[in-house]
Write a protein that binds this ligand. Structure first.
Ligand code: FAD
Length: 371
């Protein structure tokens, strides 16, 4: 039997590390190129919900998160202007864990399993301006023999798990995210989601008795400049501002990210074999991006094992992964996009919004459809 082929993963975030672990658990050689180092803070609500915990359970990673200090998050409330939802129990508990700890724990596990982790190593495709073209694979049963097989910009055996694609503006808006950890915040629910005209800020419990304060903001290019902490605290008079009046922020945990794009994309439309945010970013209001990173990594494990063992071609592996990701995420992304629109719409802060926030039917429907 020839030795299995090495899988190269570009990006050691949640998607890349989870995939790397899954491959190593099955004895497949895997290496990860990560531009940064561990531990590091990330802009993220650090609220793992939906299918994410189940995927982690199947990959045997839940105990790792528990050892890292993950807590169970049981309840949530939405606050939009003067409109409040009731505090609702989540149908399945979510997990709250700092990315500072989570990414480092997964990186350590990947290394423990024999994976090669190259930190401070930014991967560049062989020639950034050109698409990699390989010689044709032999036609499989019923396949057509073509002159050349276009593999995408990264080449065979390379998975793109490099996160979101930066885009300066979208429909005339600049989208950016801010995050910091804080203490001394009294929450009415484990997750409070505060919505206003140009942002939403989640405040939720995480490990170590801290809360994560993380928001998605939009502004017009060249708009007003406020400090990150001012933005996270919200405008005076808003419930968020009162909530964070005595918050003690951990300045070292502050981070920001700009150039976000929230228009849904399909995996099948990408040139490369992509997982996680590299396919598309689900609006953060759903708290489901981490789950999609775990889920897409799990989807990719089987086809990549078969490619590595020379049972299928690269094209077959890439297409199988893309199709399965699109099937898993298409409907969720459509509803997430609608929820994102609704969240920023004045409707949410109107009398109709009050009724919507109070409706258990609307909550249950939206919660189920966006995960
Ligand atoms: C404001 C905000 C709040 C959010 N809140 C939540 C939440 O509460 N719950 C939730 O589930 N999700 C949330 N998300 C989404 C979540 O953070 C992402 O979906 C998740 O991090 C995606 O994981 P990933 O591995 O695909 O990408 P990332 O975690 O971004 O990892 C990509 C990695 O690739 C590396 N990289 C990039 N380019 C290269 C290169 N060329 N070479 C080498 N390395 C490279 C980067 O350094 C990075 O480490 C939020 C997002 C935002 C913006």
């Amino acid at each position: 039997m020839p030795a299995p082929r090495t899988i190269t993963i570009v990006g050691g975030g949640l998607a890349g590390l989870t995939l790397g672990i899954g491959l190593r658990q099955r004895g497949i050689p895997a290496e990860i190129f990560e531009a940064g180092t561990y531990p590091r803070h990330r802009v993220c609500g650090e609220f793992i919900s939906g299918n994410g915990p189940a995927v982690l359970q199947r990959l045997g990673l839940l105990p790792l998160l528990e050892r890292a200090g993950a807590i169970h998050v049981h309840s949530a409330a939405f606050i939009a202007g003067t409109n409040h939802s009731p505090v609702r129990k989540l149908s399945t508990p979510a997990l709250g864990l700092s990315r500072h700890l989570l990414d480092a724990a997964l990186a350590e596990e990947f290394r423990r399993l024999g994976g090669e982790l190259h930190q401070n190593s930014r991967w560049n495709p062989p020639n950034q301006n050109e698409t990699v073209v390989s010689s044709p694979s032999p036609p499989r049963s019923g396949g057509e023999g073509r002159g050349e097989v276009v593999l995408g910009s990264q080449g065979e055996g390379v998975i793109r798990a490099s996160g979101r694609r930066a885009q300066p503006t979208e429909h005339g808006w600049r989208w950016f995210g801010l995050k910091a950890h804080a203490r001394n915040v009294n929450l009415s629910a484990d997750l409070e989601m505060h919505v206003s005209a140009d942002n939403y800020v989640g405040v939720n419990r995480i490990n170590g008795g801290e809360v994560n304060v993380c928001g998605l903001f939009r502004g017009r290019p060249g708009g007003t400049r406020e400090s990150g902490f001012e933005r996270l605290r919200g405008k005076p008079g808003l419930p968020l501002h009162e909530k964070l009046a005595h918050a003690q922020f951990d300045e070292h945990s502050f981070c920001s990210v700009a150039g976000l794009s929230l228009t849904p994309q399909r995996a099948a439309d990408q040139k490369d074999c992509c997982i996680g945010d590299a396919i598309t970013m689900i609006p953060p209001v759903t708290g489901n991006g981490m789950s999609m990173a775990f889920e897409s990594a799990e989807i990719a494990i089987g086809p990549l094992c078969r490619y590595s063992r020379n049972e299928i071609t690269w094209r077959e592996a890439r297409d199988t992964i893309a199709r399965a990701c699109d099937a898993a995420f298409a409907e969720r992304l459509t509803w997430a996009h609608r929820l994102q629109w609704l969240t920023f719409s004045p409707v949410t802060r109107s009398p109709l919004g009050k009724a919507l926030l109070r409706s258990d039917t609307v909550w249950n429907f939206m919660f189920a459809k966006t995960r």
